[in-house]
Design a binder for this molecule. Structure first.
Ligand SMILES: [Zn+2]
Length: 378
């Protein structure tokens, strides 16, 4: 063995000794780096774990009230890395670290101590980590779905750099009633109106609409087509940054009644994945292209975890007779508290109609709300 080889041998030996107790991260099946992607992890009452709606083979563990999940699930979801050294254990997600010693009931993140509830557990070659207790201080949105008692964690490491990507609509994942289909209005006496804009073919018009609503301290909702998100990611980022809701309008806008169920599911999932790649989500809102729906298709939407959003009125900004004047007249005629209007972010004419009608509605005392604000009664 020459001198150089010996040096490497010593280095490797030292490294092996220092990391003898390290659990190796489980490699992700994905070839691309998905660590900044939005991921929705849920654990149901039977401790089955799902990632973005797909059931995983590993299960969670419950100790008292605390739900723990295998570390490898956190690796798969958010690229979490775990390491043990004589100084203690460290779990890293993006640029944040949780550090703890042995069976300590607390862990340290930055300068703060947080309680695990129960300490991490080694079982069957897996490290189990308390889910809510770890992920909430990491900045994740952690909730419990009222209808099913599922615990869910929504997170993207991209949020660490751009906190505004953490959308307000995530709170609706807890309360959305998936048995309620085709939401068209809510019953309220308060003067609120939810304008929604579909398709997003014209990114310039979409951004102008998004900015216009903020001039009235209001919000709206955009049902985006996945291919248009791919073409104009900055427009969609602007919508989210300004606090508007983003809904799912399929990947490429087919009529759901004209395609197979399998293709329809893929269309919903593909639109979601495009947004997830930006750290965003369209959950829990879905709208059918052309309103081409039926009760069977709405059942599929529910199974995918979305609420079908209809519309009480369209603002007549599509079709041969469209004009800004007709849109304004339609809104004037059908405005009432709690109504959902549908328009299209496809041309500046729609922006022009909104610019004309919003001052009138504001003068009447209306405020402009996103679907989430409408549902939670802002
Ligand atoms: Zn559409």
């Amino acid at each position: 063995m020459n001198c150089r080889t010996l040096r490497w041998f010593v280095v490797v030996l030292l490294a092996f000794c220092c990391t003898g107790a390290t659990l190796q991260p489980v490699p992700s099946a994905q070839a691309v780096d998905t660590t900044s992607w939005f991921r929705l992890l849920s654990v149901d009452k039977s401790l089955a774990i799902s990632l973005n709606g797909a059931r995983l083979s590993l299960r969670g563990m419950r100790i008292g009230e605390t739900v723990l999940v295998p570390f490898s699930v956190l690796h798969q979801a958010w690229g979490a890395v775990y390491a043990v050294s004589p100084a203690g254990s460290a779990l890293t997600i993006g640029s944040r670290h949780a550090v703890w010693k042995g069976m300590s009931p607390t862990y340290r993140q930055g300068l703060l101590d947080f309680s695990w509830g129960v300490a991490p557990v080694l079982s069957g070659g897996q490290l189990y980590v308390p889910l809510r207790e770890l992920m909430e201080p990491m900045g994740a949105f952690v909730g419990k779905r009222t209808s099913t008692d599922d615990i869910f964690v929504a997170y993207s490491t991209q949020w660490q750099k751009e906190p505004w990507l953490r959308q307000g609509q995530l709170a609706q994942l807890e309360t959305v009633d998936l048995t309620h289909t085709n939401l068209k209005r809510v019953t309220t006496t308060r003067k609120v109106v939810a304008f929604t804009f579909d398709d997003n073919w014209d990114a310039v018009a979409a951004v102008r609409i998004a900015e216009l609503f903020r001039e009235y301290n209001g919000h709206c909702t955009f049902f985006v087509v996945g291919t248009n998100v791919r073409s104009h990611p900055e427009a969609v980022r602007t919508m989210a940054r300004l606090g508007h809701d983003i809904g799912n309008h399929t990947l490429s806008h087919p009529a759901a009644t004209a395609i197979t169920d399998d293709t329809f599911v893929k269309q919903i999932q593909a639109c979601e994945q495009v947004l997830n790649g930006m750290g965003l989500t369209s959950r829990p809102y879905f709208r059918f292209p052309y309103f081409a729906d039926d009760s069977h298709l709405m059942g599929i939407v529910s199974d995918q975890g979305y609420l079908t959003v209809g519309s009480a009125w369209t603002i007549e900004d599509t079709g041969p007779n469209r004009s800004a004047g007709l849109s304004v007249a339609t809104v004037r005629r059908f405005i009432s508290p709690g109504v959902i209007f549908v328009g299209h972010a496809n041309s500046m004419a729609t922006y022009g109609a909104m610019k004309a009608v919003l001052p009138e509605l504001a003068a009447q005392g209306y405020s402009f709300v996103s679907l989430s604000e409408l549902l939670r009664g802002r």
